[in-house]
Design a protein around this ligand. Structure first.
Ligand code: ATP
Length: 987
């Protein structure tokens, strides 16, 4: 999407005070619109020129330029040089006024000029004050745009999407299929036969080439379609202020002037100028290649600040790794910085997966061997006195029959079908090679919250001021009671204080959709607000009485969040977070209406209360506050007053327990790597059957052990708790080092680097952070752990289907080679003529071979151990199976041919028998190669078999086809012989 030139004109004009302007006469454009585009394009290419507008009525160009970069004299000189070089004669280019129509005589419209891609970004937003930008876009920094204004802008500027790469046209697909080696060979032979006057042969071979091309095109089209259609399933969402409300919309509807809100884990949805931020950091590797985090602020930058150093700007596609921010969108779609490089990225060809490369290499080797043998056989036949045409036709058809050239295409089709089946199971594959790896995955590492559990928090227990409370109710509904279960009554003010801190220290809001209450924002914070409502605390009043002046947002490394407010009682800091972290910051505790010293015994006691809550699978949070003394220079994080503890329930997801069992049966280890408390993680682990006889190790313990000890222990660990993002990454790396093929599933920012490190990164598509999704190779649309197991099942199925197709095709090819070679060895008469070989090749390779890739996965797939990753393309077992079947097919075809000749049959009948035997043996082979014979019938295989049989019968019994294939009608006895031979060939 481009901004139309009108818009560029407007925005540049609005900023023309920043640039110098000059109006230069260019005679060649006077009343000559066709001359405008090249000259404007040229002027725009001069460094420092910001815009150029032509007026064909006056014959002048208005140029805005940055005088710090370029001078007017230089621009004028460059234009003169250009005019001379392009030999534009002014006079000759002038179109006489009476020759032009009304339209062309209008002042030049910007619509007609292709805009420089990123003109809008040439406005130095980073140097401008937020109020100036606000005026440009006519927006409101507090309330954002109205829906009406946004729709108008969308109509003018288009959607916020990078222009999509055009899909391959039908013509290029056909040309690609025509470029196929076997098609080229067939076309060559057909042309040769035509020259030699063998018209029926030429036509027959040409028709086979035609069918091969059509099939190739259909295969390509199906593969592309299934992969392409998945790209749009995942919606990138953005939080924006519209109509004075905070709403979450599809990022493609963002327009310049929108006020967006970003937080840790988000992917920036458009280029934007920051107007507010708290501890905001981004990684801009996608744009600048630099992976170190960039600290963001609202400070103005100088005009020459490089892209990577524009601290007050957010750029599309970069990731927020920490903090929160509010920004005004200044560019969308192709006008963003990433838009500039999007075109380049689109031209990068997708890389072949390791399996595709292996298969390509294997096929190339086999092709070379086949062609060499063909040349030898052909040479022998020439010496034996056969004509050049006969030899050529025979060798080409023989080589086509022997070559496994369709194997690489079958890998692609199998993968494309796998991707399609996975999408139906809610798995979006972003990297094709992950399909291969899925089949070999032998360990799933996953975070807890949101992956194994529902990430729907409810506060169940509160401990404060020596009292323990129980809380009833479900989800985020404010209905429920808080009742005292331990301690003295009359401590309600402490309880109120604690829950008030929970509200003040939260960014989430509760909304009612239909009958259901939901938390918008962090579920942990949603649960705290719900608990506060159960005590009838007024959320809005609390926030209004304690206006925030600063926030240090929660992050998984620090594990706590601080908010500083300034109200009538001065500055107060509130903090909530992991219990151990909060206790560390506290010097005193609030009890019996006063603050007293927090002793080490108190700390132990509080930790053990937390431990007990953890044992009940509750997530533990500590709360504290402090008054900020203006005069003292104390650290903001020290000397807090401890208030109490909350324990939140986060129920395990339905079905996860069974899926973990299924993984164990399939030889897949499941390990939880969580940032949560050891006891909480262990209790959930036990509940899910994940923690059996293994160890629970904390992040600190992990840091303390040596590499050797880790290598000894790691196989026994089932839960890693209290881990930081770095430790999660280290664990995945360690598992990989010890030979595991690791799938890492997670949803949070804290999981992203482990997801990236894993052999297969898996992100939750629904509630997962954009960072996790970006790092992952596959995304689960339904956020369900069980979908990972389905994905592995599919990965295994794709691998099996590819192996079975190989088994089927190579055994068939070997059978043909053996039959032809054996017959030549004994009598020199070929058992099959070219057309028969070509037909067998077309039917068995192109049609039935692909049908095997459509096999669905079955129950048994998850009952065997994962595939070995280092397994060769053709294992010993597979090689033996291919050899046995190939020999069976080859020898029976040879036997039926020679046997019938011996019994006095004509050559044409013997060949018909051999041809029918070959096709029927391959059909039996097809069913034997079905991995999953026990499950439902496969309609593609059944239809393929039925049509193949029908065509064979047509070739045999339709007299007008007989001459092309050298066939004749067979008797029932012949069919009995074929059946017998096929059964023998199967043994
Ligand atoms: P997982 O890694 O399995 O998703 P997690 O989500 O529990 O686990 P973190 O998000 O790193 O891991 O949370 C670690 C701890 O930080 C929690 O146990 C809790 O005590 C605390 N915590 C979580 N969310 C917040 C929050 N919004 N504010 C303050 N503290 C929080």
């Amino acid at each position: 999407m481009f901004y139309s030139n009108n818009k560029i004109k407007n925005s540049i004009d609005d900023y023309n005070f920043l640039y110098k302007r000059m109006r230069i006469p260019v005679k060649s454009i006077y009343r000559n619109q066709p001359a405008v585009n090249p000259i404007i394009k040229y002027i725009m290419s001069i460094k420092g020129v910001k815009s150029a507008k032509a007026n064909i009525i006056t014959g002048k160009v208005l140029i805005l330029f940055d005088e710090d970069i370029v001078s007017d004299i230089y621009i004028e000189r460059q234009i003169n040089i250009y005019m001379k070089k392009s030999k534009i004669s002014h006079d000759s280019n002038i179109i006489k006024i009476n020759n032009i129509n009304e339209e062309t005589s209008l002042p030049i419209s910007f619509e007609n000029i292709k805009p420089p891609l990123h003109n809008s970004m040439q406005v130095p937003w980073h140097t401008m004050d937020k109020n100036e930008i606000k005026t440009v876009f006519n927006t409101d920094l507090k309330y954002g745009l109205t829906g009406k204004m946004a729709s108008k802008k969308i109509k003018e500027l288009g959607l916020n999407v990078l222009s999509k790469k055009k899909r391959t046209s039908l013509i290029s697909k056909i040309l690609k299929s025509l470029n196929d080696f076997s098609v080229k060979l067939l076309l060559g032979v057909s042309a040769f036969s035509f020259i030699l006057g063998q018209i029926p042969d030429a036509i027959a071979i040409l028709s086979i080439a035609f069918v091969e091309t059509i099939l190739g095109t259909i295969q390509q089209h199906k593969a592309e379609k299934s992969i392409y259609s998945l790209k749009n399933i995942l919606v990138h969402r953005a939080t924006v202020l519209r109509n004075k409300r905070k709403v979450c919309i599809d990022a493609k509807y963002l327009v310049p002037g929108d006020i967006i809100l970003v937080q840790s884990g988000d992917k920036v949805p458009a280029d934007a100028r920051i107007i507010e931020c708290n501890d905001l950091k981004t990684t801009e590797a996608s744009l600048t290649g630099e992976s170190t985090p960039v600290i963001k602020s609202t400070d103005l930058c100088s005009k020459y600040t490089e892209l990577g150093s524009r601290c007050n700007m957010l750029f599309t596609g970069t990731n927020i790794i920490c903090g929160t921010g509010k920004a005004i969108v200044v560019a969308t779609a192709m006008n963003t910085e990433i838009g500039k490089i999007a075109a380049m990225l689109q031209n990068i060809k997708p890389q072949a997966t390791p399996l595709q490369t292996k298969m390509q290499n294997f096929t190339t080797k086999l092709t070379k061997i086949c062609l060499a043998s063909c040349a030898l056989i052909g040479f022998g036949a020439l010496l034996a006195g056969k004509s050049l045409t006969q030899v050529l036709t025979m060798s080409v058809s023989f080589s086509i029959g022997a070559l496994p050239e369709s194997l690489p295409a079958i890998v692609t089709v199998a993968m494309a079908l796998g991707v399609q089946r996975m999408s139906k199971e809610n798995v979006i594959v972003r990297k094709l090679n992950s399909l291969e790896t899925l089949g070999s995955t032998n360990i799933i590492c996953c975070d807890k919250t949101g992956t194994l559990t529902m990430n729907e928090m409810t506060v169940r227990k509160i401990y404060t001021d020596k009292c323990l409370y129980n809380i009833t109710g479900s989800g985020y509904s404010p209905e429920g009671n808080i009742s005292l279960i331990e301690g003295k009554p009359s401590k309600e003010s402490s309880l109120e204080r604690l829950l008030a801190v929970g509200v003040i220290c939260s960014n989430a809001t509760l909304v009612k959709r239909g009958d259901k209450w939901m938390a918008e924002g962090d579920p942990t914070e949603g649960a705290l607000i719900t608990a506060a409502h159960k005590l009838n605390l007024d959320e809005n009043m609390l926030r209004n009485l304690n206006p925030r002046i600063k926030e240090i947002p929660f992050d998984s490394t620090r594990r706590f969040m601080t908010v500083i407010t300034e109200g009538s009682k001065g500055k107060i800091a509130f903090c909530k977070g992991a219990l151990d972290r909060v206790i560390q910051k506290c010097k005193t505790v609030y009890e019996d209406g006063a603050e007293r010293l927090l002793t080490s015994t108190d700390k132990k006691r509080l930790m053990s209360i937390g431990d007990k809550m953890g044992e009940k699978a509750l997530r533990i949070l500590g709360f504290a506050y402090k008054k900020i003394n203006h005069k003292s220079a104390e650290n903001i994080d020290d000397n807090f007053v401890f208030l109490g503890i909350t324990g939140m329930e986060d129920p395990p997801k339905e079905g996860v327990k069974d899926c973990i069992k299924k993984c164990h049966r399939a030889g897949i280890k499941v390990v939880m790597i969580t940032g949560d408390y050891k006891n909480t993680a262990a209790a959930i682990g036990r509940e899910l059957g994940l923690l059996t006889d293994g160890l629970v190790m904390s992040g600190n313990e992990l840091d303390d052990i040596s590499k050797e000890e880790l290598s000894r222990k790691i196989r026994k660990v089932q839960i890693f708790a209290r881990t930081s993002p770095e430790q999660k990454h280290r664990i995945v790396k360690a598992f990989k080092r010890f030979g595991y093929v690791v799938a890492m599933a997670g949803d949070g920012v804290n999981d992203a680097s482990a997801i990236k490190e894993a052999n297969i990164g898996i992100a939750m598509g629904n509630n997962g952070s954009d960072i996790a999704k970006d790092a992952a190779a596959i995304t689960l649309v339904d956020d369900d752990f069980c979908t990972i197991v389905k994905a592995i099942e599919e990965g295994r199925t794709v691998n099996n289907n590819i192996k079975n197709s190989m088994k089927y095709l190579l055994a068939g090819n070997l059978g043909e080679i053996i039959a032809i070679a054996a017959a030549s060895a004994v009598g020199g008469v070929a058992p099959l003529i070219s057309m028969q070989i070509l037909w067998t090749n077309l039917i068995s390779e192109s049609i039935l071979g692909s049908a095997l890739t459509t096999e669905p996965s079955g129950e048994d797939v998850m009952k065997s151990a994962p595939l070995r990753r280092d397994e060769p393309l053709i294992s010993k077992k597979l090689g033996l199976q291919i050899a046995r079947r190939g020999i069976g097919i080859g020898l029976t075809t040879f036997a039926i041919f020679e046997g019938s000749l011996l019994l006095g049959a004509s050559l044409s009948k013997a060949r018909t028998l051999a041809f029918s035997n070959l096709i029927c043996s391959q059909l039996l082979n097809l069913y034997d190669c079905r991995r999953n014979k026990t499950t439902l019938p496969n309609k593609y295989i059944n239809i393929g078999t039925a049509s193949s049989m029908a065509m064979l019968l047509g070739i045999i019994y339709l007299p007008f086809i007989n001459p092309y294939f050298g066939t004749q009608a067979l008797t029932l006895l012949d069919w009995a012989a074929i059946t017998g031979m096929c059964m023998i060939g199967r043994i």
